[in-house]
Design a protein around this ligand. Structure first.
Ligand code: PLP
Length: 425
């Protein structure tokens, strides 16, 4: 039995047979640096998948901040802590009015749960609207809303799902304006349907960048119109930025800035601590005050001094290394490269995304989704030292979101390995 097979067996014995692992031949990674990770034999892999280590694997400034604070003091937030306050000031300073306060959590799930509690508290409603291919977390409520990774729970009677606006597949000869209106009409129908059941809408919970939905091209005006409909009905817009935040899209620090809509609540997670668990919810101070007084919310590990130090270090690196500009520049380079590949390999039907969150949809000549080929491609690229994954309704959209220190050289390496793997399909 190989070392890898032995590890897989041991893992199955204690974590269960279905604890997911990537790739037909799972990887045993032991070290990371920048955009690279290394397996137990010392082989290097270019990481084009992991968005959590956003400023690069094991960035020395973040490592040092965490290590120093861990060696000094680590407690919960019921004591005064200078770093936490400074971090919250700096983070909220990156949002437009009236988003001026933050409540910290340990995961994106907790942030979205808290956002739903807040929305229900503020509006008095219970209804929730999500996209029909969403994932917002693993708690009881959020898992029941998830159709991107369905967990078997019943879709709740207080929720409605609206179709993801995907112009590539749903245009049917319509202009952008007609498309936006048609999709927004589904949000109105969801509000009306809740109302017909005696349920007032509390929130539209949506990632305006549609990361888990397979990165459809934005339908200009869709988010604005949908949010207007929900607000008119007394609900709030919770924008899930767990994936699209922290300069990922290149053109903005936050994904919602690309839509022109300022959400009522923004939820954050994944890249926030470069791997240390930091997540949270940004919203208005008066709501936080009212909710805090009524709920006495407390979260043992959230916002502790080490979490605050990690979060602060990430923001410093994003600023110092001009990470957003890199995301924009290298993202444009890689998308141009993918377009060139699509001319050579017609199985690439369209290229998607923005900044360093990009994808490509694979379609067969007969128009059917090339799901089997997508899986083969991903495994072949893994064998050739490049890590990517897939998403979408038919699991045929390549999903790529490397650490934001990804360089044009890294991008060229990705494109060259993908070119070879496509040729071998
Ligand atoms: C858009 C989005 N929201 C929320 C979550 C949940 O975050 P966490 O796994 O930190 O609970 C995820 C996780 O994949 C996500 O992709």
């Amino acid at each position: 039995m190989s070392d890898i097979d032995a590890l897989i067996l041991r893992r199955q014995m204690v974590l269960g047979r279905n604890s997911p692992l990537f790739y037909d031949r799972p990887l045993h990674l032991v070290r990371g640096e920048g955009a690279w990770v290394y397996d137990a034999t010392g082989r290097a892999y270019l990481d084009v998948y992991n968005n959590v280590p956003c400023v690069g694997h094991c960035h020395p400034h973040v490592v040092d901040a965490i290590a120093r604070q861990t060696a000094t003091l680590n407690l919960h937030t019921r004591y005064l802590d200078e770093t936490l306050i400074a971090y919250a000031e700096r983070l909220t300073g990156l949002f437009a009015d009236p988003l001026d306060s933050v409540m910290l959590t340990c995961s994106g799930t907790e942030a979205n749960e808290l956002a739903l509690r807040l929305a229900r508290f503020i509006t008095g409603g219970q209804g929730i609207i999500v996209s029909d291919l969403s994932y917002h977390g693993n708690s009881t409520i959020l898992a029941s809303l998830a159709s991107a990774f369905p967990g078997g729970e019943l879709f709740p009677s207080f929720a409605r799902a609206v179709r993801v606006p995907d112009p590539v597949h749903d245009r049917q000869g319509r202009t952008d304006a007609e498309l936006a209106a048609a999709f927004a009409a589904q949000v109105q129908a969801a509000v009306d349907s809740l109302k017909a059941d005696g349920i007032q809408v509390a929130a539209l919970l949506m990632d305006s960048f549609f990361a888990n939905e397979g990165l459809p091209d934005p339908v200009s005006g869709y988010v604005e119109q949908s949010v207007e409909i929900v607000r008119k009905a007394g609900g709030l817009f919770i924008c899930d930025e767990v994936q699209s935040g922290f300069a990922r899209t290149g053109d903005a620090m936050w994904g919602h800035q690309l839509t022109g809509v300022t959400p009522d609540i923004v939820t954050l997670g994944k890249p926030m601590g470069n791997g240390y668990p930091v997540a949270g919810m940004v919203t208005r101070r008066d709501w936080v005050d009212r909710f805090g007084a009524a709920s006495r919310y407390f979260n043992t590990f959230a916002g502790n001094p080490v979490a605050a130090a990690a979060g602060m270090a990430v923001l410093s690196v994003i600023e110092r290394e001009d990470i957003q500009a890199n995301s924009r520049r290298v993202g444009a380079h890689v998308r141009a490269g993918l377009q060139a590949l699509s001319a050579k390999h017609p199985i690439i039907a369209n290229v998607r995304g923005r900044g360093l969150f990009f994808g490509a949809e694979l379609i067969r000549p007969d128009g059917s989704p090339a799901d089997v080929e997508t899986k083969q491609l991903i495994n072949r690229m893994r064998d050739n030292g490049v890590l990517i994954s897939r998403a979408g309704r038919n699991s045929n959209i390549l999903k790529m979101r490397p650490p934001l220190v990804f360089s044009t050289d890294n991008a060229d390496h990705l494109l060259s390995v993908m070119d070879d793997a496509l040729a071998a399909l």
